[in-house]
Design a protein around this ligand. Structure first.
Ligand SMILES: Nc1nc2c(c(=O)[nH]1)N[C@H]1C(S)=C(S)[C@@H](COP(=O)(O)OP(=O)(O)OC[C@H]3O[C@@H](n4cnc5c(N)ncnc54)[C@H](O)[C@@H]3O)O[C@H]1N2
Ligand code: MOO
Length: 420
């Protein structure tokens, strides 16, 4: 039996003689090899959520635009106050409210009624809280000791007119729409959303909800990936499922390249007899197949189809999901003009034990327990889709060997940091 390979009972063991690409090398190659492809358009604020700023957001006016009072109270001139003791100030006629400024300037030795948000009347540089005064007979009395500028907001103290409030490439969240509105913008220059086509491959696949025989598998990757793309602010394009047939796969990829800026295909990424995605991409002459030193998700195909990047992800749903988060997301966001984004990583104590071998990075389905420790899903099998729903993030174990025991610090990547 000499020359017969040794049996490997670990389906994740790294076969010898293969050029394994470390995760960081693959990420660096993606980052260096891709550039934004989307054009710009102007949209009103109510359509800007989740869009990517095409240029920096510059304040058309200051926030706040004028000095104003932060509280309901009385505006006064600090220079009129003694250093200590009790103070009495006469009240001026009239008042200042938000949207209804005081007419004229504050007479010396007087105070004026002001309501939260009102522009400070001319002469007012300090406001005393109404709870701190006794008002009677057209005058107010209070203790000295008020700081100059107390309870006032300076013009532009938040953002000065002309200042950059958000960088180009920023993905707009609800609070950013508030900022843009406050700074005088009713519409924003944003990038056109990235269109990403999704293709499933495999003779065994049946659409969700259809009749299926025991040897058939419901297409779980396609609804998952289409939904991920929507979460990332992209326009999903559904290419359906192709059979394990080179002609069909080629036709779908051509459609994807015509209708989208990028394509994600799952299944057929490894080197088996039915792995037509790799074969078709290889025939087009522009395939880079990477065997990534990671678990799950070893096979990853990257290709250029008529100028459109194609990501060939593994068929196993867990591997497809992890590869979509780790590789496709940063690459697609870069194409979308949102820059390269590393995921949010927290260091937390492990709630589990594991002896990790060297040579590949591992991603475990995980969530935080009540003590803030990372617990992991009972199985590492990459067809165990239920673990993705059980999890709220991933534990990322380093390329090197590591013995994890309860309490060992580990990197926890919450799904929220991937926009999921
Ligand atoms: N001899 C070897 N076999 C395999 C290796 C290996 O290194 N040597 N790697 C394994 C790993 S790891 C993975 S992951 C898969 C990757 O294979 P493919 O990307 O070619 O995927 P398929 O073979 O088409 O499918 C794998 C598995 O996933 C199911 N699948 C595929 N698409 C979907 C879908 N849209 N929804 C739900 N499930 C799907 C498919 O039915 C298979 O069960 O290769 C291993 N084999
Ligand atoms: O590692 Mo495969 O890519 O099952 O998961």
């Amino acid at each position: 039996m000499s020359g017969t390979p040794k049996l490997r009972n670990d389906c994740f063991a790294l076969p010898a003689g293969v050029d394994w690409t470390p995760v960081d090398t693959a990420l660096a190659r993606l980052r260096d090899g891709l550039a934004p492809v989307t054009g710009a358009e102007t949209v009103p604020l109510d359509r800007a959520l989740g869009r990517v700023l095409a240029e920096p957001l510059v304040a058309a006016r200051a926030n706040p635009p004028s000095a104003n009072t932060a509280v309901d109270g009385y505006g006064l001139r600090h220079a009129d106050l003694p250093d200590a003791g009790e103070v009495t100030l006469q009240l001026a006629q009239g008042r200042a409210a938000a949207g209804a400024p005081f007419a004229g300037s504050l007479p010396p030795g007087h105070a004026v009624r002001v309501l939260t948000g009102a522009v400070l009347p001319e002469g007012v540089d300090t406001v005393i809280l109404q709870e701190d005064v006794t008002a009677a007979g057209g005058a107010i009395r209070f203790r000295a000791g008020l700081r100059r500028g107390a309870n006032c907001r300076r013009a532009g103290e938040d953002v000065a007119a002309g200042a950059q409030a958000l960088p180009g490439g920023h993905m707009l969240r609800p609070q950013d729409l508030a900022l843009a509105a406050a700074l005088g913008h009713g519409a924003l220059a944003v990038r056109a959303p990235l269109r990403v086509a999704v293709l499933s491959t495999g003779d065994e696949l049946r659409p969700a909800g259809a009749a299926a025989l025991p040897h058939q598998t419901f297409d779980a990757n396609r609804p998952m990936l289409l939904a991920l793309l929507a979460r990332w602010g992209m326009v999903p394009v559904d290419l359906g499922a192709a059979a394990d047939d080179a002609g069909q796969v080629r036709a779908r990829l051509e459609r994807g390249a015509a209708q989208a800026d990028a394509v994600i295909a799952t299944g057929g990424a490894s080197a088996g007899d039915e792995d037509h995605v790799s074969a078709v991409l290889r025939a087009s002459g522009k395939l880079e197949t990477w065997r990534i030193a990671m678990k799950p998700g070893r096979p990853l195909a990257l290709a250029n189809w008529d100028g459109v990047p194609v990501f060939g992800l593994p068929g196993n749903p867990v591997a497809a999901f992890v590869c979509a988060l780790v590789f496709a997301r940063p690459a697609l966001l870069l194409l979308a003009g949102a820059g390269w984004r590393a995921p949010l990583a927290l260091t937390v104590p492990a709630a589990f034990s594991k002896r990790k071998k060297p040579g590949r990075r591992e991603y475990l389905r995980a969530r935080l327990d009540a003590q803030g420790r990372a617990e992991v899903f009972a199985s590492e099998g990459s067809g165990r889709i239920s673990g993705l729903s059980w999890a709220e993030g991933l534990v990322e174990l380093p390329d090197a060997a590591l013995d994890v025991a309860p309490g060992t610090p580990v990197r926890y990547l919450p799904f929220a940091g991937f926009g999921v």
